[in-house]
Design a protein around this ligand. Structure first.
Ligand code: FAD
Length: 500
């Protein structure tokens, strides 16, 4: 009963998409998930009748004919989910003090909306747009095409931060002195705000959102539901509350042991969980110590501190854009700022619960937090962290809200209830080490070292998810196709997706 062709460890987006492809192709697939709810970062939760997103606030390249839209057609997601397009003239509003700057959808519109605020920046903005087009074209899978050369390497060794500074050199808003560089980096929370971020990571993400930025109406758990149902209808299974604890090998077959003591067998394994966690479950006769050491040594992206607010009916507007507020003028210094300056930024996003919503039901406020800040509660679990932890969370929430209320005074009286998450919350609900926002930190100084390949040095063992290709919903979608391409042939599966 516990024998399968392929076992997938973890039911995050990457695990579910691989489960979909492989079960559709006739493999007998089983997904083992640690939590009671599948989806990883796609999970939602409800409080006082309000539903909250945990790891998907908006999606890029979802317009007709765009990348995610085309990939998701194959998975049956495009037509089964309702989406709300964000404001075409401003999907992200970047704020420094009292100065607000729109990031718009459509490449011409993107330039047109910024030009009045940065007169004389036409050449720079045109160059920015031209170069991010060129960079994305070096990644053929972004356009559902087979990779033919290695042009992408040129961009993996450059820094996103350096590129933006170079393109915009010296250009400032005449009224506020805010630089164009700061504005174009203003939503760098999307890739963890690190100066180590390679150029291609920032460019692929920015390109996707400028192409078309959307919210899911009703919650990202809809993605999980559709994929789960499809996998089961293809003959696959998803078994929850089965935390994988050991991975062994017996006569060329994998033996996967879970916390309940059950043992599962398969010919192939796809791991959707962090590579360091995965390799730590394997004995030395399966994984070479040098490979394990390399993966375990990789740094992760920073974590987050998040407030989930329920608001009174009709009391706070639904904002059809995301609000990136910065207390200082350099978005690249925010993750390393001293504690006394916390919080250096916040991202405010209103949940999308129905079409043409006028008022917000939920507001989510995100900022960075280092795992070190909560490491004294490292050995505690959800709901059992003690009064000091609650005190810590509440004090941090007050401090963050002070900054938020200065910008949104109307929010304070509108709040009905507040839920708070820290790096420990994300660690314990998604299994990601240190509650990291996006997994392994890609580093332009060491692109090969920090890019974990889906095909491992262990025959028939693969990785998928945000730690392999690129994080985010689009990155994980493309990555799942690359992982399955290692098993089925990339050309074969890509053709099916192109023709869907
Ligand atoms: C706060 C936040 C906001 C974000 N906002 C956006 C956004 O607006 N747009 C966007 O595109 N992306 C966003 N992202 C990123 C995006 O959500 C992730 O990159 C993506 O969902 C990761 O998918 P994954 O396949 O890597 O799996 P994960 O989501 O990491 O899931 C891994 C799964 O494995 C399970 N697991 C772990 N250990 C074990 C074990 N031992 N045994 C069995 N199962 C195990 C976990 O329980 C989990 O279900 C955000 C992320 C965060 C944290």
């Amino acid at each position: 009963m516990n024998k399968f062709d392929i076992i997938i460890i973890g039911s995050g987006l990457g695990g579910l998409l691989c489960g979909y492809i492989l079960s559709k192709e006739g493999y007998h697939v089983c997904i083992l998930e640690k939590q009671a709810q599948a989806g990883g970062n796609l999970q939602t939760f409800s409080r006082h009748g309000h539903k909250f997103e945990t790891g998907v606030h908006y999606l890029g390249a979802l317009g007709p004919g765009q990348t995610l839209n085309r990939y998701w057609k194959y998975f049956g997601l495009t037509e089964s989910i309702d989406f709300q397009q964000l404001d075409p003239d401003c999907f992200d509003r970047v704020i420094f003090g009292d100065e607000e700057f729109p990031l718009a959808q459509g490449f011409e519109n993107f330039t047109d909306q910024l030009l009045p605020l940065f007169p004389g920046a036409k050449a720079s903005l045109n160059r920015y747009v031209r170069e991010i087009h060129e960079i994305t074209s070096a990644f053929p899978l972004y356009n559902l095409e087979l990779p033919v050369d290695h042009r992408e390497h040129h961009f993996t060794t450059q820094s996103a931060c350096g590129f933006i500074a170079d393109v915009t050199s010296g250009i400032r808003n005449p009224g506020s002195n805010v630089s164009l560089s700061a504005v174009l980096s203003g939503n760098n929370y999307l890739y963890g705000g690190s100066r180590l971020t390679p150029l291609h990571v920032a460019s692929l993400i920015s390109h996707s959102f400028i192409s078309g930025a959307y919210r899911i109406i009703g919650g990202s758990d809809r993605i999980t539901q559709i994929l789960q149902d499809a996998i089961i209808s293809h003959g696959g299974s998803i078994i929850k509350k089965q935390a994988v604890t050991a991975i062994g090998q017996l006569q060329q077959k994998f033996t996967i042991t879970t916390g309940t003591g059950q043992v599962f067998h398969s010919e192939k394994v796809v791991s959707n969980i962090h590579p360091a966690t995965t390799l730590s479950m394997m004995p030395a006769d399966i994984v070479r110590p040098a490979y394990q050491k390399r993966i375990v040594s990789l740094q992760n992206t920073i974590s987050s501190f998040i407030l989930f607010l329920s608001v009174k009916p009709g009391s706070f507007p639904y904002l059809n854009y995301n609000y990136y507020y910065h207390t200082a003028h350099d978005p690249w210094d925010e993750t390393t700022a001293p504690d006394s300056k916390w919080p250096r930024m916040f991202l405010l996003s209103t949940g999308c619960h129905k079409p043409s919503q006028q008022y917000a039901e939920t507001v989510t406020i995100l900022t960075y937090m280092r795992f070190d800040d909560v490491s004294q509660w490292n050995h505690t679990s959800v709901g059992k962290r003690g009064p000091e932890y609650h005190d810590f969370k509440n004090k941090k929430a007050e401090k963050l809200l002070e900054v938020v209320y200065a910008k949104f005074p109307g929010l304070k009286p509108a709040i009905e209830n507040i839920e708070i998450s820290t790096p420990l919350t994300y660690r314990d609900y998604t299994g990601i080490p240190e509650g990291s926002l996006y997994g392994i930190q890609k580093n332009f100084h060491e692109p090969l070292l920090t890019n974990v390949m889906p095909k491992t040095k262990i025959p028939n063992f693969y990785f998928t998810g945000q730690n392999t290709n690129l994080h985010g919903v689009l990155g994980v979608t493309i990555g799942s196709v690359v992982t399955c391409g290692e098993i089925l042939g990339l050309e074969y599966i890509l053709k099916k997706i192109q023709n869907a």
